[in-house]
Design a protein. Sequence first.
Length: 490
Amino acid sequence: MHKTLIVVDESVVSDFSEVSEIAHLNVITFDQYLKDYPKLNEPRTRIINVCDTVNYLSKGYYCSLLAEARNHKVLPSVKTINELRLEGQEEQTQMFFSLSPETLGAGDVPDEMFVYFGEVDDAAFQKLARKLYERFPAPILKVEFERQGEGVNAYVRRSSYKQLTAEGQSRFLQGLSGFTDSVWRKPVERKAARWEMAILVNPEEPHPPSDKEAIARFVKAAKKLNIYAEPVTSQQFLLQFNQFDALFIRETTAIDHPTYRLARKAEKAGLVVMDDPDSILRCCNKVFLHDAFSYHGVPSLKTHVVMKCDDVTLDDIEREFDYPLVLKMPEGSFSNGVYKAADREALKQRLTELFQQSALVLVQEYLYTDFDWRIGVLNGRAIYACRYHMARNHWQIYNHSSKRFNSGGFETLPTFEVPKNVLDAAVKSANVVGRGLYGVDLKQKDNHVYVIEVNDNPSIDHKVEDAYLGNELYMQVMAEFQRRLELRGR
């Protein structure tokens, strides 16, 4: 349970009396915050710092600094204050963004606008306002526009409540009330929980790691363990960032992607994150996995990393591999970025295409099997097992070019029915990556097992991966979050 304090300068505290009565906000001055806090056995506390932070070492600056020292979650952070603070007298040192006409839309560009908690009155600039707030999370941002040819530069300036006009102050108070109501005002169910978890989802994703029913079951399992879990999008998470204790990523991850950036931000802030940024970094790059598998003796298919597409390289490949062979982009998931080459001409053509996107390409021996194993591993222990069969008339379990039969069938088994060498290889390869939640893909040919890859956010869909364990699968994942939250100590 969190307590929210609005800290303001003494000279403007009377301005907040009406809104505090309407929205039931706890408004105090900086002097009160300095003298009266921290308190013994106080609940977890959030601070919205409305003090003037324009000047270095001002009360507003110290408010955020003390909040962080007291383990209070604060908006804005000291980092944000410093990023918005002018280092010197030159205009060029201020933060700015170059905007294209497409970004700005059809509306006229004003000389300036104010962003209150990521919101603006003009809907044409809402997308820009949200991006600026995500970059600089602060209650008030002043944006000045300057035309530069066909585009426009948007300069982000520091501002404070005292610098606003009367109309601007009124608009800010409305934004403050709306922000605390929609973001930091918690329902009774959330207040009763010991911890709060964000489950990151993307409603627009065509093939997410978990379907809606699975997400609902994660939420129910979390509740049984005193965790209030809430599905949120990446934008919602950024706006509500300070209220959560844990982040569970159920959106397909990539390195150059918001999922990785959010995982890093959350981990740095002390949240329990699954999967963590190191796991994303390692799993999303097959070059790392190939090298790590070789170093740690993980059984895998013969793989080479190539950097050229000249005749010498092609000759070397043909000496080491038989056709057909498999080409893989270093980054990719769910069979994306994986191709088969049947002869030298196809090999050369596909390599040429891939080198336009990546400096490295993996060449791997081809091994056809009727199915691939997928073993779910959580903190070094196998928790579920599936056999995914190949898509109809295709050599992979996913056929992204097919509209009707884009994936094959599946069988879900208890882990004790899986061959021991399959389980051992899965756990060993997952431990190379980390101690998170992973889906290990393997092929089995007679008594030989080969690890294909480790996925950092494996598919967990209702009536598929949970077909054997049912709700127990969701409980096991949430119990690991509970264990890590207990170890975190707050």
